[in-house]
Ligand binder design. Structure first.
Ligand code: ZN
Ligand code: ZN
Length: 99
């Protein structure tokens, strides 16, 4: 872990280089056209977003981090994951397919 680790905007914890991580398109590509804004998230945070919301909901109501953080299920997840170490990987081991 170093001071240059990026911060996950969803849970607010740092993202160490060796932890699974990926980019989320705040506006899904099919709606937002090219070059939509992306944010770097922990893989588990990213998974939780897509487990909680459909692409349509994301595009319509949850295209900002503030909106995502206010979603009831994600808010609960954030509180839960905040108590885990940054290197904590997954509560669902073996799930490999991501979007
Ligand atoms: Zn996170
Ligand atoms: Zn995503």
């Amino acid at each position: 872990m170093s001071e240059s680790d990026p911060i996950c905007p969803l849970c607010g914890r740092s993202i160490p280089a060796d932890v699974p991580q990926s980019r989320h398109h705040l506006v899904p590509r099919l709606r937002g056209g090219k070059g939509g804004e992306t944010v770097l998230l922990h893989q588990i945070c990213h998974n939780e977003i897509h487990a909680s919301l459909s692409e349509t909901e994301l595009a319509r109501d949850y295209s900002t981090i503030a909106a995502l953080r206010a979603h009831p299920r994600l808010e609960k997840f954030i509180r839960w994951v905040a108590k885990r170490p940054p290197a904590f990987k997954s509560k669902t081991p073996g799930r490999r397919r991501q979007r």
